[in-house]
Design a protein around this ligand. Structure first.
Ligand code: SF4
Length: 236
């Protein structure tokens, strides 16, 4: 698997598994800030057995499989089940929805929907959204815990597009929780961070379509205080 980093939050006894690289190539990907720190010459990916061994000493109550997203591989399909079997833990997946594992062992999937309009989606991610939207419907039908989110980027993923996404979700189930996240600028990109008020207004605009809408306006501080359990390739 392209997992290259594992972090641990002792307060929550929760671990996060990070993929490097992704099957999408989003213009506003936050990982573009991380990539310059990765020593690609030295990079070594963990196999499933190694992931389990690294997690064993902390025996997490919760494991979050978090962004990037996987590239094609066999081990990802059974990752949630192996984690659940080993630790009897809650396993949550945060994903763009393009490649899903077997749902066995998974408690919850949170899918980031980048855009509903496929032209915008292709321009933003390099791929059609068809597979991800189909997978979103499939997840809902499977009765697994499901939520969604989108990044609001003024001038690129605008309020109208956020509203379109909310209508799509509401057409499936108005109770699916939806989070609108204010874009955090990536170096060298022309797009700006929306103000707190703008994000709040975007959330208010979609409220009629969904019953459970929240918004967040992240800052760098939100990611402070987490311990690395494994990383062998990040330059300081
Ligand atoms: S799906 Fe997420 S991790 Fe992948 S390129 Fe887009 S923003 Fe980055």
């Amino acid at each position: 698997m392209n997992i290259h980093r594992i972090t641990y939050n002792p307060k929550l006894n929760s671990c996060s598994l990070y993929f490097i690289g992704c099957n999408f190539h989003c213009i506003g990907c936050y990982w573009k800030k991380i990539y310059p720190r990765v020593n690609f010459k030295e990079i070594r990916f963990l196999d499933l057995r190694e992931v389990i061994e690294i997690l064993k000493p902390v025996s997490p109550k919760r494991v979050i499989i978090i962004s990037g997203d996987p590239v094609e591989n066999d081990e990802f399909a059974v990752l949630p089940k192996r984690l659940y079997d080993e630790f009897s833990c809650e396993v949550r997946l945060l994903t763009n929805g393009f490649i899903l594992p077997s749902l066995e062992g998974l408690s919850h999937v949170s899918m980031s929907i980048k855009a509903l309009n496929d032209d915008i989606h292709i321009r933003y991610t390099g791929r059609s959204n068809r597979q991800s939207l189909e997978n979103f419907r499939h997840l809902h039908e499977s009765n697994i815990g499901l939520s969604s989110s989108s990044v609001y980027i003024p001038g690129l993923i605008d309020k109208d597009e956020i509203l379109n996404i909310a209508r799509f979700i509401g057409g499936i189930d108005r109770d699916i929780p939806y989070r609108i996240i204010g874009y955090m600028p990536v170096n060298g990109l022309q797009y700006r961070k929306p103000s707190y008020t703008e994000v709040k207004e975007a959330a208010a605009a979609v409220n009629g379509n969904l019953r459970n809408v929240i918004f967040s306006d992240p800052t760098e501080q939100d990611y402070a205080g987490i311990i690395d359990l494994f990383t062998n390739n990040l330059k300081k």
